[in-house]
Design a protein around this ligand. Structure first.
Ligand SMILES: [Zn+2]
Length: 231
């Protein structure tokens, strides 16, 4: 198990979040076999830059000046972008990669046979308007170079999988990693937990006197698949 800190968004990442995360994991008794590695590490940046260069050379990566509102206005769906930027040789901070359309299928370790469209709201952004590398790009490059064979993550990211499968293949990965998308612990109204909404995190449970075993048992109980009704 590799501990990778996904701090590709330089504005939202803070050393204190990083430290708190490592401390909570240690408290829970989590011991990684390797890492922590970070997406802000020099070798990571070098790998993203090289992958972008390769995509540019293949004519797949392009600068895009579509704004979020342009995208929303036209309710853009499928590959490309509303401004037809791939043909315009722009040099903006936003870079997208043309992965094509269609869909990709995989056998999810938790969910079973799964599939979805590669391009939902346009081509995959690989750098955002502030020049940050994007999650959907970094994880594919990292999984490839770090030999990750099993990706375990929340079901909220299942929709990102088809584009990531396609990108991995374009970047030369012969066989994709296996994916396991697990359910999330949600609020009673079905929304995701969030710090800003005042939801409890490991830190608060710990402050309230919970032991690591209590936290792990509560998480396991909450994540059990729904039981079939008793006869
Ligand atoms: Zn565009």
């Amino acid at each position: 198990m590799l501990l990778r800190i996904e701090d590709h968004d330089r504005e939202r990442s803070r050393p204190e979040y990083d430290a708190a995360l490592l401390e909570d994991l240690a408290w829970l008794g989590f011991a990684a076999d390797a890492g922590p590695v970070r997406q802000s590490d020099a070798d990571a940046i070098e790998a993203y830059t090289a992958a972008l260069q390769a995509l540019r050379e293949d004519g797949l990566a392009y600068g895009c000046d579509c704004t979020r509102s342009t995208l929303a206005e036209g309710r853009w769906s499928g590959p490309g972008c509303p401004g037809g930027c791939r043909e315009r040789e722009l040099r903006g901070p936003v870079v997208r990669v043309a992965l094509g359309g269609g869909s990709e299928a995989w056998t999810d370790v938790q969910v079973g046979p799964s599939s979805g469209p590669v391009a939902v709201g346009g081509d995959l952004p690989i750098r955002d308007r502030r020049g940050n590398w994007t999650y959907g790009f970094c994880v594919v490059v990292d999984d490839l170079r770090q030999g990750v064979e099993l990706v375990v993550r929340g079901e909220d990211l299942a929709g990102a999988t088809p584009a990531q499968l396609r990108l991995a293949r374009i970047l030369g990965r012969p066989a994709p990693p296996a994916f396991l998308h697990h359910p999330l612990i949600r609020r009673p109204d079905g929304r995701k937990l969030s710090k800003s909404a005042g939801d409890t995190g490991v830190r608060e449970l710990r402050g309230g006197g919970a032991t690591p075993d209590d936290v792990i048992a509560a998480a396991l109980a909450a994540l059990q698949p729904a039981q079939p009704p008793a006869r």
